[in-house]
Design a protein around this ligand. Sequence first.
Ligand code: HEC
Ligand code: HEC
Length: 230
Amino acid sequence: MRALFRILSLLSIGVLAHAADGDAILRADCAQCHALSGSAAGTLEALRARKAPDLFYAGNKFRREWLGKWLQKPARLRPTGFIYLDYLKKGEKADIVDAASLTPHPALASAEANAVADALMKLRTHDDLIAKEKLEPGTISRAMGEMVFDKFSGCLACHLIEPEYGGVTGPELYTAGARLQAEYIASLIRAPHAWQPKTWMPNKHLSDANIVKIVRYLDTLAKENARAQP
Ligand code: HEC
Ligand code: HEC
C-alpha cells in the first residue's frame, strides 16, 4: 500500500514537472499558420492568403474531447487540403484530388494536446451567435436526415458524408457530429457569413425545423462512423 502511494506521488510530480502551457504552445507552434485572434477575412484575397482555418472561435466551434484526440492523431478534414478556393478556380473534378501531395498536420503528445485543447476552448469569439441557438436533444432516422441534407438542401454537393461519398469543396461531415458543437453547426447553417463573411459555404435559408434535422443527422452519422472505426 505504502509503495503504491509512493509510485502515485512520484507520478503526479512527474506530471506537474511536465505541465504543458497550452497558450505558449499555441503562440510558438500554431500561430504561424492559424489566426488565434482577430476577425474573419473581409476580402477574398485575405481569405485566400490564410494558411489554415481560423481558431479564434475554436471554443465556440469544437468539442473539447475531439480536440484533445485529434491533436494527437490529426486525420484530414478537408479532402483537398486547405486550398479549396484554388481548387474551385481551376474547376477540377473530385476524382483527381492527389492526397499524396497534401502535407500531414503536426501532431502533439498527449499532455501538450490536452493543454492546447484547454487553451483553444477559451477562444470564444461570437458567443452572441451561439447564444441564439436553442437545441433540444433528439434523434432522427438516417433516411429522413439524408432526405433533408442531400435532396432538399443540396449539402452533399460540397461535403462528404462517407469517406468516399459526397462533394470535396468543404470539410468532411461524417465526423462533424463528434467534432463540432451542435449550436455551432446550427448557427453556421443559419448564418455562414456571420462567421466567415467571404466563405463559400452558402446560406440555404433553411427553416428552424430543417436545421435541427441536419444537426441530428450529423450526430447520427458521427455515431455510425465511430462504430465503423477499428
Ligand atoms: C504548417 C501550418 C500549420 C501549423 C503549424 C498548424 N496547423 Fe493546424 N491546420 C493546418 C491546416 C492546413 C489545417 C486544415 C487541415 C484539414 O482540413 O485537414 C489545420 C487544421 C487544424 C484544426 C482543425 C480546424 C478546423 O477548423 O477544421 C485545428 C484544431 C488545428 N489545426 C490546430 C492546430 C494547433 C493547435 C497547432 C499547433 C500545435 C497547429 N494546428 C499547427 C495548418 C497548420
Ligand atoms: C458550395 C459548397 C457548399 C455547400 C452547398 C454547402 N457547404 Fe457547408 N461548407 C462549405 C465550405 C467551403 C465550408 C468551410 C467553411 C469555412 O471554413 O469558411 C463549409 C463548412 C461547413 C460546416 C463546418 C465544418 C467544419 O468542420 O468546419 C458544416 C457543419 C457545413 N458546412 C454544413 C453544410 C450544410 C448542412 C449544408 C447544406 C445546407 C452545406 N454545408 C452546404 C461549402 C459548402
